[in-house]
Ligand binder design. Structure first.
Ligand code: FE2
Length: 233
């Protein structure tokens, strides 16, 4: 079972994956504003949410993983070890996040940030690309530890090398598209179809605005989206 959810202020896609036999489930990139919706869905469907996994330390929204853990105490937060963010489980290249009979393979895909990871669900032919590969685009590389050269290599070696039939599910889409495939992005992505030197030039000249929520989101997301404040304060 695979459900796609949208947080429309930051255009973030959250994914809820579950094994229908065991009901074990994983949520990818939950957002703090939509935690109540997501937890209600987990309860309504009778799922056992075991992991809340982030593809990276987001700059454009606060993660919902800390709030989800308060509501579902058995759920563990997951993030890349390289990110240096706080989480119950810190993962590295090749690690497997298991739920029921399924497993998400962790692939390290730095370039948007150092700690960006991509999750591959081989059994179903799905890849969750965070802000590395977007539909007909890619994550920006002008803040955090952005590096266009390493983003280009990450996407080509770790994502576009998958079978062309694999479905691509990114962390965002600003045009309303909800999915793509590896084959489509290999053919039609206007940035990734370019040679590396041209890609780097494009990325250096995007002149994007400063992300609206970055000053709040970055420090919060280093600690699962919840600051450790006493209950009484
Ligand atoms: Fe991001």
């Amino acid at each position: 079972m695979e459900l796609r959810l949208l947080e429309y202020k930051s255009y973030t896609y959250t994914y809820l994956l579950a094994d229908a036999d065991t009901n074990e489930a994983v949520i990818i990139d939950p957002v703090i504003e939509t935690v109540d919706r997501d937890v209600k869905l987990v309860h309504d469907l009778g799922l056992k949410l075991i992991y809340a996994a982030n593809t990276h330390v987001h700059a454009d929204h606060v993660t919902g993983s800390g709030s989800i853990k308060k509501l579902i105490p058995t759920c563990k937060s997951v993030i890349a070890e390289v990110s240096k963010a706080k989480a119950d489980v810190k993962v590295n290249e090749g690690d497997l996040i298991k739920f029921g009979k399924f497993k998400l393979e962790v692939r390290s895909t730095p370039g948007h940030t150092d700690g960006c990871i991509t999750f591959v669900l081989h059994e179903k032919g799905l890849v969750f690309t965070g802000d590395a590969l977007l539909i007909r685009g890619c994550g920006r590389t002008d803040f955090q530890q952005g590096n266009p050269g390493s983003l280009y290599d990450s996407i080509h070696k770790k994502i576009l090398s998958l079978p062309q039939s694999f479905y691509v599910f990114p962390a965002h889409d600003y045009t309303g598209q909800t999915m793509s495939t590896v084959g489509e992005e290999l053919r039609y992505n206007p940035r990734l179809t370019k040679p590396k030197n041209e890609f780097v030039e494009i990325m250096k000249n995007l002149n994007l605005p400063y992300p609206k929520q970055i000053d709040k989101a970055l420090p919060a997301n280093m600690v699962c989206g919840v600051f450790d404040v006493p209950e009484s304060s």
